[in-house]
Design a protein around this ligand. Structure first.
Ligand code: NAD
Length: 328
């Protein structure tokens, strides 16, 4: 039997990779997908070109905050995978309104509609940033939420709203909290694609503060694999961390990128004032998803990074207009 999945934010970086993967040759074959996406500055219809003509694909342009759009659509589906969000921390520091609106109210609109429609599984795609910053060790899913930015605070609120629908109404909500994703089709305001495309054009890379902030890098293929394990075999009301297992300081990441371009530090890196409230280190403990669902990241970082750099070298037509429009 075909499972009808509503994918919110499916025109963005991770959501579009999820859709392309599920409808591609390696996909499960028994799913039909509707993407609901508002097409904000981060949503790009070109990300879905590969699947546009697929018989089990449909695209709806609309806002997850709009009940008149969401309710009838929900009634036509069995499951939801909810990616749609305002996702860029720096933008949330400049102004948090849209972050709270989309990430909290939008999530509430979806879970309320999912409850009414009797949805079988609602997968809330969240972030490790909800835990805050950790100097040593790694967070298990039971760690208290201490988000630092308006972005992560709004994501944490969205998680709690979604989980409240499990507790109160018995809605099958599963939350995933992943680390920093990287890969192709990543909007060029985010660190890796910004650095790569600057280096392609011979521009200097802006490096925040002392460059000592640590992130755990997760390839989008591994993230999609983790989401699929949770969608198909996860348990209702549970939270699953998904990590990549490659922790790097921003200085280390920058050095690896410079290596790809044969560029040297002094002529290619420009230190800039640190991000306000910048979390020092993120680190997820993935024991639960590994032991319960057999998850393990498979893409070695060096390979994933080299492939990502190659993709940006070969796809200027994809990223150049986005950088121009966003004045990056
Ligand atoms: P993205 O910014 O590339 O894409 C977001 C998508 O959501 C866009 O297509 C946009 O048009 C759509 N959208 C925004 N507001 C909407 C609304 N009101 N209604 C309908 N659609 C709307 O984001 P991404 O990097 O693909 O992230 C996807 C999810 O994963 C987000 O929930 C994010 O918090 C989470 N996440 C991302 C990362 C990462 O490293 N990129 C890490 C952890 C968690």
């Amino acid at each position: 039997m075909t499972t009808r999945i509503l994918v919110t934010g499916g025109a963005g970086f991770i959501g579009s990779h999820y859709v392309r993967t599920l409808l591609g040759p390696e996909g499960p074959g028994d799913v039909a997908i509707t993407v609901l996406d508002k097409l904000t500055y981060a949503g790009n219809p070109a990300n879905l070109d590969e699947v546009r003509a697929h018989p089990r694909f449909r695209f709806v342009q609309g806002d997850i905050c709009d009940p008149a759009t969401v309710h009838p659509l929900m009634a036509e589906h069995d499951q939801v995978v909810h990616f749609a969000a305002e996702s860029h921390v720096d933008r949330s520091i400049d102004g948090g309104d849209t972050f709270v609106h989309t990430n909290v109210l939008g999530t509430h609109t979806l879970v309320a509609a999912a409850h009414r429609a009797g949805i079988h599984a609602f997968v809330q795609i969240s972030t490790d940033e909800v835990y805050g910053s950790i100097d040593a060790g790694s967070w298990p899913e039971t760690h208290p939420l201490r988000p630092s930015s308006p972005y992560s605070a709004a994501k944490a609120a969205g998680d709690l709203v979604a989980l409240s629908y499990h507790h109160t109404h018995g809605l099958d909500v599963r939350v995933t909290r992943c680390s920093n994703n990287y890969g192709h089709h990543h909007f060029p305001e985010k660190a890796i694609p910004l650095f790569v495309t600057h280096l392609i054009d011979g521009r200097k890379i802006p490096l925040y503060g002392d460059g000592g902030n640590v992130r755990d890098w997760l390839h989008i293929d591994d993230h999609v694999r983790g989401i699929e394990l949770v969608r198909t075999r996860g348990r209702a009301g549970e939270v699953y961390n998904i990590g990549g297992g490659t922790e790097l300081t921003n200085r280390e990441l920058t050095a690896l990128l410079l290596e790809q371009f044969g560029a040297d530090w002094d002529s290619s890196v420009e230190p800039v004032a640190d991000r306000k409230g910048h979390d020092r280190r993120y680190s997820v403990d993935c024991t639960k998803i590994r032991e319960e669902l057999g998850y393990a990241p498979r893409v070695p970082f060096a390979q994933g990074l080299a492939e990502t750099v190659r993709w940006y070298r070969e796809n200027r037509a994809w990223w150049e207009p986005l950088k121009e429009r966003a004045a990056l």
